[in-house]
Write a protein that binds this ligand. Structure first.
Ligand SMILES: N[C@H](CCC[C@H](N)C(=O)O)C(=O)O
Length: 285
């Protein structure tokens, strides 16, 4: 019976099981099954997935993320803040600002330290990608999808597509508490126009600097928060004229708030908390 040490961490309630591959070894072909096992609230630890922290030849550390269905995501905003906290507190890095490698490129994290503990993290998530080819999604590869009518299950919705290294489709609603997260989310996630699937976000505009936000995540379903999704929602809101580029927007997610700024230099800054829940030994079935 093989086992490994883990740390459960969360960003605004979006929790993952973190494994430090500087110290542990996991078989590559077992990773999807390990993600499914640790994520189960009944027979596992309970989380939205698995995140691996490993050495990198391009950055101080590398992050890989697996959703709770075992699929591998290419980026994870809440995960990046927790990886940054873990790396700093476990002395995998020496500076308060450092780079993290993801499957969708390098990002830069800055930890905000208080009494040797990291409470808040700011991540420069890089530039959003707006072309259909970037998501990927069906249609003219060089076109963008901004406030476009799209039909799902017989209804037409206005949709905006943004990639933060992973795909997001954003819908605007008048009342976030009535957003069709569990009814429309799974339909859109698996729509054939998104060959790699898509994360589905619902946004209520409160003001020019404030959004309400809910999410149906690709590979995990409803989560308390989605960092890349919040970044995509702010980019979408600028593109749709609801908020302004270069100004900080407060995004109210189910698990709490993120501060997001699609800067005038073109990259998206995300600031929010990262917390440790527990550590332990997991015994693989
Ligand atoms: N479900 C996402 C990965 C997790 C992203 C989310 N938890 C975040 O904080 O960005 C995907 O398959 O693209």
């Amino acid at each position: 019976m093989s086992s490994f040490q883990f740390t459960k961490m969360h960003g605004l309630g979006n929790s993952y099981i973190y494994v430090n591959l500087f110290e542990e070894q996991l078989e590559e072909e077992s990773l999807p099954e390990i993600a499914r096992q640790v994520s189960s609230v009944y027979t596992g630890i309970g989380s939205d997935g698995l995140i691996l922290i490993s050495p990198s030849d391009r950055a101080e550390v590398k992050m890989r993320i697996f959703n709770n269905d075992g699929s591998e995501g290419k980026n994870c905003g809440n995960g990046l803040r927790c990886v940054a906290k873990y790396a700093f507190e476990h002395k995998l890095v020496t500076n308060e600002t450092f780079k993290i490698e993801t499957l969708s490129g390098l990002v830069e994290a800055k930890v905000h330290v208080n009494n040797d503990l990291v409470e808040l993290v700011t991540v420069d998530m890089g530039e959003p990608r707006l072309l259909k080819a970037d998501l990927p999604m069906a249609g003219d590869n060089q076109e963008k999808t901004i406030n476009e009518p799209m039909e799902f299950a017989g209804e037409v919705y206005q949709a905006t597509a943004v990639s933060m290294g992973n795909p997001h489709l954003i819908f605007y609603v008048d009342n976030i508490n009535q957003a069709p997260v569990t009814s429309l989310g799974p339909i859109v996630e698996k729509d054939e126009r998104f060959p790699e699937g898509v994360n589905v976000e619902f946004v209520e505009v409160v003001s020019k600097n404030e959004l309400h936000f809910r999410v149906w995540e690709r590979g995990s379903g409803v989560t308390q928060a989605c960092g890349t999704g919040a970044c995509a929602a702010v980019v979408s809101s600028v593109l749709n004229g609801h908020t302004s580029q270069g100004e900080e927007t407060t995004v109210h997610l189910a698990g709490g708030d993120l501060l997001i700024n699609w800067t005038k230099t073109g990259t998206v800054l995300m600031t929010g908390p990262a917390e440790v829940v527990c550590t332990g030994t997991f015994f693989l079935r």
